[in-house]
Design a protein around this ligand. Sequence first.
Ligand code: IMP
Ligand code: MG
Length: 371
Amino acid sequence: MQRSISFVSSSKSGSAGWRIAALPAHCYHEVAMLKMDVIVDLQYGDCGKGKISHYLSNKNSYTHVLRYNGGCNAGHTIFHKGKKFVTHHIPAGVFFGVKSVIGSGCVLDPDQFFREIKMLEEGGVRTKGKIFIAENTHVITDAHKAEDKQKGGKIGTTGRGNGPAYRDKYGRTGVRASEIKKLKPYLLDMYREWYPPAGGVKKNLTILAEGAQGFGLDIDWGDYPFVTSSHCTTAGALLNGLPASAIRDVWGVAKIYETYVGSKKFQPKGDVFNKMGDIGEEFGSTTGRRRQCNWMNMQTLERAVRVNGVTHLVFNKMDVLREIGQWAVVDNKKVVTFVSEKAMKDFLGKRLAPLGLKKNRIFFSEHKDRI
Ligand code: IMP
Ligand code: MG
């Protein structure tokens, strides 16, 4: 049960006095029924959110898995029952029959959406009655895709129409999913889904919110203009009609080194970075472009942990640096090297503890299909 306090004026202690009183239980009972865990990427996308979403969807009993930002610029690589799947729109709950919702913070390409359903069905994943699109989700049109392919080169976009679709949404000239006839069977009113009718029976919902892209690509927190057009932080999950009080755990996902794909120069000189790309198979799952590589930047990580309110942190791809046999981070613009994996883990543990991340909430992963 959540606790809540209110401040009320106290006549006994005079006009300047206040006392704290507990609210009656019914005032905060409803929010306690709605819980949400959030998955956020702490770097430039491609950190392995798909794997974490697949793992948590299976481990915890969620009523919904919600994709909360981005479009089909995202590519989540998921290994399910030994088979590889790449999803762009549909959240990982679908692999376990959990209601999977594409939220109003996303933009949706209907052609890609139907291709993805076909791909999942052909791969043996039952999708019927499991996939939903918020009716106020905006649609990526053919014109958006054509424009992005033509003009997105400066940023190095994925060319999937993401930027133009969000621009039209905010310019109030966009098209919502509710206006597209063939999407009708999938439409969902998120308000009715999340909340009971006034005075109605309380719903007991636990939502896993799955983000796309990452902190370094966030429209506000990334290196503008080399960013995507949506909100990639924990706050982005709330924009899908959810109250801040619903947030329970925030799973931050990072790689033990960094990658970025786009037009700005990111990869420093040195063979070690080419090795990261080769051994880590660093090619975009949406566009196939080679990702630029660098050591993990501590300032990006710390900012992302704080801004997102991370409670659990997973570092992926430990096996890649182990195979290379070198460990380092960039800290205050200087490269700091470590003699072993253990030394790097100890360093990270010490740096993250003051940010509220105890060792038992930090995970080091070296598998494609599990934490
Ligand atoms: P857009 O999101 O397609 O507009 O591309 C803007 C920037 O974000 C480009 O640098 C893209 O490569 C990058 N980007 C977009 N989506 C992803 C993703 O899912 N993973 C990694 N990079 C992405
Ligand atoms: Mg990806």
